[in-house]
Design a binder for this molecule. Structure first.
Ligand code: NIG
Ligand code: ZN
Length: 410
């Protein structure tokens, strides 16, 4: 006997199951079944498709005509950190730019101080609140970066907390070592980079990926190449924060180094974007960051998709450049500012986001783990349209309901 049937689904979203991320025109293809059901047994999808009487189950959930999709995947976050930086928000509004704040010892370096000062328990308690909100917003897979320790003890502390979060919540997490995220005060960049390269051996058991911030006044393309080559040699899959502010050629480097994703890409060159088509890399765009930093130029998602590339989107949740853990908000900005279509947006937060972090999630085919969301919306286009609010009604992780929307108590 099956465990549960979700019946009366108005629109069931079924992103295509593939080995590689969806590219170019494929990104606008999304199977939507109206009047559908999903059947679950032992935490797995038995059937997801058009309504049929062929299945029986111990219990039913009435979706009352709502939308059902795979649970969302957030492929770029900095969720484990100490403190907060609300004091910098005012500086940014006065026109002091993000890299200038970093040069003055603020920005990432401020969060490094706060993270070093926090215990594992304090970091866990703080990040638990973010993870809880992410689940409530329909996200069940989260990539989590270190990068606020910048030394062995504190980078390992962040990565350990990330692992404990994964063990403590009904989610999948991928963990990324981002030791070369900033240069600590008083340190010389080459020598610090050597230290981070040596650290790769120590973090091997805790990290799925090795990442670097390639940017003016942070790490150059040459330094990033040295780091990525070392990480590749040690068996890491590599990621890169590339071309966020200045067009340094980080995307071309990512392709050369066979990175699983290149992230940000606001200032990526036309040459780099044209290479996406023939590579397996996923461009992870972070439009919430451009929005929060008050910039007018957004990443060229249209150029990347129309040129045949694979695109995903993420929150980039962090305490400085994008302070939201609501991926639905990012879906809205992707429509408004990246000019992505609703189908492209849904593929970007499901299958393509999963590919960007080496996860097999993001689909709801028979045999998949039953990770899904019932959305209180009349159709899938409505969710990025009605922005800034949470449309998740019910979230199911491995066949168990882990969140249902509370009502008013009055
Ligand atoms: N740009 C570099 N790293 C983060 C921001 C980190 C911070 O400001 O604390 C990002 O991806 O946006
Ligand atoms: Zn980042």
């Amino acid at each position: 006997m099956n465990d549960v049937i979700i019946k009366n689904i108005g629109s069931l979203l079924l992103p295509k199951k593939t080995d590689k991320a969806l590219k170019g025109a494929e990104m606008d293809e999304l199977t939507i079944v109206e009047d559908a059901i999903v059947v679950v047994k032992d935490g797995k999808v038995v059937y997801a498709g058009a309504k049929t009487d062929d299945y029986e189950a111990k219990s039913t959930i009435d979706a009352e005509g709502m939308v059902v999709s795979p649970a969302l995947v957030d492929p770029h976050t900095h969720v484990v950190h100490g403190g907060s930086r609300e004091h910098e928000a005012a500086l940014k509004r006065q026109g002091v730019d993000y890299l200038e704040i970093l040069r003055q010892g603020g920005g990432i370096l401020k969060t490094v101080e706060q993270t070093r000062a926090a215990s594992e328990q304090e970091l866990f308690d703080k990040a638990s609140k973010n993870i809880t909100r992410m689940i409530q917003h329909g996200v069940l897979s989260v990539e989590s970066k270190s990068g606020y320790g910048l030394d062995k003890e504190n980078e390992l502390k962040q990565l350990k907390v990330s692992k404990v979060l994964e063990e403590s919540f009904p989610i999948e997490m991928k963990h990324t070592f981002l030791g070369p995220h900033a240069i600590p005060k008083g340190r010389e960049s080459e020598e610090f980079l050597d230290e981070m390269i040596a650290l790769l051996d120590d973090v091997k058991d805790y990290a799925d990926f090795a990442d670097i911030f390639t940017e003016t006044a942070v790490f150059s393309v040459e330094q990033s190449r040295r780091y990525m080559e070392a990480a590749n040699e040690k068996g890491f899959k590599v990621k890169i924060h590339a071309d966020e502010i200045d067009p340094l050629g980080g995307l071309e480097l990512a392709i050369e180094q066979n990175a699983i994703s290149a992230d940000h890409l606001v200032a990526a060159s036309d040459e780099g974007k044209s290479q996406l088509k023939d590579s397996d890399i996923v461009a992870v765009l972070l439009p919430g960051t451009t929005f929060y930093l008050g910039k007018n130029e957004f990443a060229d998602a249209r150029g990347m998709i129309d040129g045949g590339g694979a695109v995903s989107i993420a929150t980039d949740y962090n305490p400085g450049s994008c302070v939201t853990d609501n991926l639905q908000m990012i879906m809205a900005i992707a429509g408004l500012k990246l000019k992505m279509t609703p189908n492209e947006i849904w593929n970007a937060v499901t299958v393509n986001a999963a590919k960007a972090i080496g996860s097999d999630r993001g689909t709801l085919d028979a045999g998949d783990d039953a990770n899904l969301v019932i959305w209180d919306a009349p159709n899938h286009e409505y969710i990025p349209y009605h922005y800034g609010v949470n449309h998740a009604h019910t979230v199911m992780a491995n066949g168990n309901v882990v969140y249902t929307r509370p009502g008013l108590i009055w």
